[in-house]
Design a protein around this ligand. Structure first.
Ligand code: COA
Length: 219
């Protein structure tokens, strides 16, 4: 059942386990700063297993897919409490994934294919404390090409912001690759601003904005 109708045969609905393969595919096709990551990865599912499926399993109230005329063409995920979500990733999600993939070791010069993802599964990067202190929630959105430029991203993000604000969250952030200038402009138009600081690996990645249940965010 859809929770939002975008028109022209595109709807937002709750994600289910049957969507997992399609979700991983969307993640792969948008996984290189918004572009297709297929040629870079040697395990096509790892991106989705890190960045998507934990939301469908651990945060089902904030896990949605965009259905289009040709099936699943996007997703929208959120976590109201990033610290708690990451704690559960550490205790409930990554231990099982680690049984599937070996740690390639710390020397990045020896990594190829999806080794960077294997390394991350064994050594997840902590999120900067100063970000989550001000902006406790976070989200992810990716759409395949046919779904872009129709206003779906804007409506879906507003929907997510409203849901996160309804939990009492006072702010949300997104981890946006600095190379993904189009997505950064998209978020800027939705009121997000680059949020410093965050240390070497997080430098310049985060975009954040305040949320308030009283906000009248309208379509
Ligand atoms: C980024 C993305 C979610 C935007 O969704 P969308 O449905 O295409 O965006 P919308 O049509 O709702 O556009 C909303 C506004 O953002 C702007 N915008 C969207 N994509 C843009 C881009 N690539 N460059 C510049 N502006 C962009 C639109 O022009 C529009 O501006 P307006 O309000 O002045 O009309 C979608 O294009 C996408 O998934 N891209 C590939 C994956 C990706 O980069 N995901 C983000 C990872 S952090």
């Amino acid at each position: 059942m859809s929770v939002l109708d975008f028109g022209a045969g595109f709807v937002l609905r709750q994600a289910t386990a049957e969507d997992d393969a399609a979700i991983c595919r969307v993640c792969l096709l948008t996984g290189d700063a918004g572009q297709d990551a297929s040629s870079r990865e040697d395990d096509p599912d790892l991106l989705g297993l890190i960045y998507c499926l934990p939301y469908r399993v651990l945060q089902p109230d904030h896990a949605f897919v965009v259905d289009g005329p040709d099936g699943v063409c996007g997703y929208l995920f959120g976590a109201p409490d990033t610290v708690e979500f990451n704690r559960r990733l550490g205790s409930e999600w990554y231990p099982r994934l680690r049984e599937r993939v070996a740690d390639p070791g710390p020397d990045a010069s020896t990594w190829g294919g999806s080794d960077w993802a294997r390394r991350m599964i064994h050594h997840p990067e902590p999120i900067a404390a100063e970000i989550v202190a001000r902006y406790p929630s976070h989200g992810h959105i990716d759409l395949l090409r046919d779904a872009r430029g129709r206003g779906i991203g804007r409506k879906a993000m507003i929907f997510l912001m409203q849901r996160l604000a309804a939990t009492g969250s006072r702010g949300m952030f997104l981890d946006v690759d600095p190379r993904n200038l189009g997505a950064r402009e998209f978020y800027r138009k939705l009121g997000f601003a680059p949020s410093p600081p965050t240390g070497p690996s997080g430098q310049g990645r985060y975009m954040a904005r305040a949320l308030s249940p009283a906000d009248k965010v309208t379509f």
